[in-house]
Design a protein around this ligand. Structure first.
Ligand code: FAD
Length: 375
C-alpha cells in the first residue's frame, strides 16, 4: 500500500512528492503521459514559488536555468506611462523568474529521481476510485488496482479524480482570450516585462531563457486563431514590432476561467493545484498557488497533522489570486480611443506614488504576506 499516491506528475504533484521524500515519507506519482509536455504554459515564477523550489532542493538549478525579470513597463501610444521595479520587494528573490514550465517539470523529475528512484510511474492513467474507508483509498491507475492511505489529485483542471468523486468545479469561463508565441528577442529590453496598452487590447511580452521572448496578445473571444502569423500581424499592428513568423518556437491560443472546488479535502482524497482551483494565467500565479498547496500539505501529511483548515486557507489564497488576475485582465481589455488618454493619465499618477508603486509590486509578485520560510 502507498503511504501517499499522487495522481499527476505536473509541477504540483512532483513538488509534493519531493517535499514528502525529503521528510522520509514515501509517495508514488502516477502520470498518464510517458513524455514531458513539449509546450510551455507557465513561465513566470513569483518569489514564493522560487522559495519553494529552493526548499525542494532546486534553488541554484532553477535560477541557473531561468532569467530574472526585474521590472515591468507600461507603454501606451509609443510612450512609457508607468514602471514597476521589483527591487522594492526586497528579500532573496526581488524578481520574477522566467522559467518555462517544461524546464521546471524536468528539474522536478530529476530531483525526485535523486531522492526516490522509481517514485514516478509514467504511462499510468488514473481511471477510477474504487472505494474509500477511514484509513485508506482504493483506485485504479495504469489498469491496476492500488491502495493508499492518502490519494492526492494533482491532475490539472480536467481532473479525473475530481470527476470520479463527482465534486463540482464551480465558477465560470471568462470572456478574455489570448494568442501567445515565443520568438527570438529583438526588443533590447533585458530583464523587463513590457505591457503595451492598445485600444484593440493589450500586448504583453516577457523575456525567456535562450534569448527568446514570449508575446501574449488579447484578442476577441470569437477569434479561433492562434497561428504564428496571427501573432506577428497583431504585434506589427498594435506595437510596431516586426517579427518573422518562421522564427516562432511555440504558439497557441488560450481562454480563461475562474473555478474552484468547495473543499479540497474529501475523506482521504485531497485535491491540489489546478485540480482544485483554476484562475486566469494573466499575472502568472497558478503555479505559485499550487506549489504553496503542496508545501502546506506535505508539512501536514509528514507530521500526521490534521487537515482541518487546510482547504479554507488554500481556497482563500486562490480566490485572492483570482481577483488579482481579473484586475490584471481588466487593465488590458479593449477601450474606446477617447477613453485611453484618461486611463493613461490615471496609470501615470498611480505609478508615480511610491506607496502605490510598492504595494502594487508586492501584490503582483504575491509577496504582500512574505515568502514561505520552511517546509
Ligand atoms: C497559457 C498558460 C500560461 C500560464 N502561465 C503561468 C505563469 O506564467 N505562471 C504561473 O504560475 N502559472 C501559469 N499558468 C498556470 C500553470 O500552468 C498551472 O497552474 C500549472 O500547470 C498547474 O500545475 P498542476 O501540476 O496543478 O497541473 P498540470 O500542470 O495540469 O499537471 C497535471 C498532470 O496530471 C496529469 N494527468 C491528468 N490526468 C491524469 C490521469 N487521469 N492520470 C494520471 N495523470 C493525469 C497530466 O498529464 C499532467 O502531467 C499558465 C497556464 C496557461 C494555460
Amino acid at each position: 500500500m502507498d503511504e501517499v499516491a499522487i495522481i499527476g506528475a505536473g509541477p504540483v504533484g512532483l513538488t509534493l512528492a519531493i517535499l514528502l521524500a525529503q521528510r522520509g515519507r514515501k509517495a508514488t506519482v502516477y502520470e498518464k503521459r510517458t513524455e514531458l509536455a513539449g509546450h510551455s504554459r507557465a513561465i513566470g515564477l513569483h518569489p514564493p514559488a522560487q522559495r519553494i523550489l529552493e526548499l525542494a532542493g532546486l534553488g541554484p538549478r532553477a535560477q541557473e536555468s531561468g532569467v530574472p525579470i526585474r521590472r515591468g513597463i507600461g507603454m501606451s501610444a509609443g510612450r512609457i506611462i508607468g514602471t514597476m521595479d521589483f527591487a522594492v520587494i526586497g528579500g532573496d528573490y526581488p524578481f520574477v523568474l522566467s522559467l518555462p514550465q517544461q524546464v521546471t517539470e524536468s528539474l522536478l523529475r530529476e530531483r525526485l529521481a535523486e531522492l526516490a528512484p522509481g517514485a514516478l510511474v509514467s504511462g499510468a492513467e488514473f481511471s477510477g476510485l474504487l472505494a474509500q474507508s477511514p484509513d485508506g483509498v482504493e483506485f485504479t491507475a495504469g489498469g491496476t488496482a492500488h491502495r493508499a492511505r492518502w490519494l492526492v489529485a494533482a491532475d490539472g483542471v480536467n481532473s479525473s479524480v475530481r470527476r470520479s468523486l463527482g465534486v463540482p468545479f464551480a465558477g465560470k469561463d471568462l470572456s478574455d482570450t489570448y494568442l501567445m508565441g515565443d520568438f527570438p528577442d529583438t526588443t533590447q529590453l533585458p530583464h523587463t516585462a513590457a505591457l503595451f496598452l492598445h485600444p484593440a487590447g493589450i500586448v504583453e511580452s516577457f523575456p525567456l531563457p535562450g534569448s527568446l521572448r514570449r508575446w501574449v496578445v488579447r484578442v476577441d473571444g470569437q477569434d479561433r486563431g492562434g497561428s504564428a502569423a496571427e501573432v506577428v500581424d497583431a504585434l506589427c499592428h498594435r506595437v510596431g514590432f516586426v517579427l518573422d513568423a518562421a522564427s516562432c518556437t511555440m504558439h497557441s491560443r488560450f481562454t480563461t476561467a475562474n473555478r474552484q472546488v468547495a473543499s479540497m479535502v474529501h475523506g482521504r482524497v485531497v485535491m491540489l493545484g489546478d485540480a482544485a482551483h483554476q484562475i486566469s494565467p494573466i499575472g502568472g500565479q497558478g503555479l505559485s498557488l499550487g506549489f504553496a498547496d503542496a508545501l502546506e500539505l506535505a508539512a501536514r501529511l509528514a507530521s500526521h497533522a490534521s487537515l482541518a483548515g487546510f482547504s479554507e486557507t488554500r481556497l482563500q489564497a486562490a480566490r485572492k489570486a483570482g481577483s488579482r488576475a481579473q484586475l490584471n485582465m481588466m487593465l488590458g481589455r479593449p477601450l474606446p480611443r477617447w477613453l485611453a488618454p484618461a486611463r493613461d493619465v490615471l496609470i501615470s499618477r498611480l505609478a508615480s506614488s511610491q506607496r502605490i508603486h510598492d504595494g502594487a509590486a508586492r501584490s503582483f509578485t504575491m509577496t504582500a504576506r512574505g515568502v514561505p520560510r520552511s517546509s
